[in-house]
Design a binder for this molecule. Structure first.
Ligand code: NAP
Length: 224
């Protein structure tokens, strides 16, 4: 992890580094085992949030009707917190789910071609993404605070820092992401920066997003 961080070159012009250096601890645990979260949350009171970026890495997994990686991960996090304590969850989900997480359904934003609707037929894992959001939102943990991020198609390009977001319904033509301006992609770096930005907002501001999903996509127009 240390090597990876050293080798990662961030695009200049991003968020200012925090004035307070953090402490980085890496552990090797099974992310699908509830005990992982129970142990870590009990052992380390400084942990105040969980971010999940999990996803299948092989096409075979994505095509499998039995791949339940997303729901298994969320289930493990929820069960682990039940036996220890609740912390805020930031969940990197995906385009392909529409609506508020509580009532999430499979669906693609309007700027995607009509045929994108066939994707879950070939890649059933997208249905599991949708189910995982519902699972998180319908948890019986009291006052669970969570925010879902649904990026458009991810690229390895440099951060453009020129994207919009819509809340819950990406086809609503929201002022923060007018449909005629929306592309169907966004750089991983932009998404990571946005999750970091939202995750470190003062809680009074961040609370406006609790229980919601933010769809993120690049804007077509040139930067103002
Ligand atoms: N690709 C897209 O266009 C796109 C668009 C929107 C959203 N998304 C979603 O965004 C997330 C990240 O996407 P990405 O393309 O950046 O994927 P990625 O680089 O392949 O990241 C997925 C990560 O999940 C880890 N993982 C999978 N199974 C695991 C397990 N059982 N235990 C521990 N770690 C496990 C993988 O670890 P290893 O590398 O060690 O296997 C990998 O680091 C995924 O949920 C994806 O579905 C993707």
């Amino acid at each position: 992890m240390g090597d990876l961080l050293e080798q990662t070159h961030l695009t200049p012009g991003g968020p200012d580094p925090s004035g307070t250096p953090g402490i980085f601890k890496a552990r090797n645990y099974n992310i699908l085992d509830p005990e992982t979260y129970t142990t870590l949350l009990k052992e380390d009171p400084s942990i105040d949030g969980i971010i999940s970026f999990v996803g299948p890495t092989r096409l075979k997994q994505m095509m499998s009707r039995t791949c339940t990686l997303y729901t298994d991960t969320i289930q493990a996090i929820l069960e682990g917190m039940k036996k220890s304590r609740s912390v805020e969850v930031l969940y990197h989900s995906s385009v392909g789910t529409e609506g508020a997480p509580y009532d999430a359904v499979v669906g693609w934003p309007k700027p995607y071609p009509f045929l994108a609707g066939l994707v879950p037929f070939f890649l059933p894992v997208f249905k599991n993404v949708t189910l995982s959001e519902r699972l998180l939102a319908r948890s019986d943990l009291n006052d669970l605070k969570f925010i879902v991020f649904r990026p458009a198609t991810l690229t390895d390009a440099k951060a453009e820092r020129h994207f919009g977001y819509s809340i819950d319904n990406s086809s609503d033509n929201q002022p923060t992401l007018p449909l005629k301006e929306a592309k169907t992609s966004i750089a991983r770096e932009d998404v990571a920066e946005e999750i970091l930005r939202v995750g470190t907002m003062p809680e009074a501001e961040r609370a406006a997003f609790y229980g919601h999903a933010l769809y993120l996509a690049d804007l077509k127009s040139s930067k103002r």
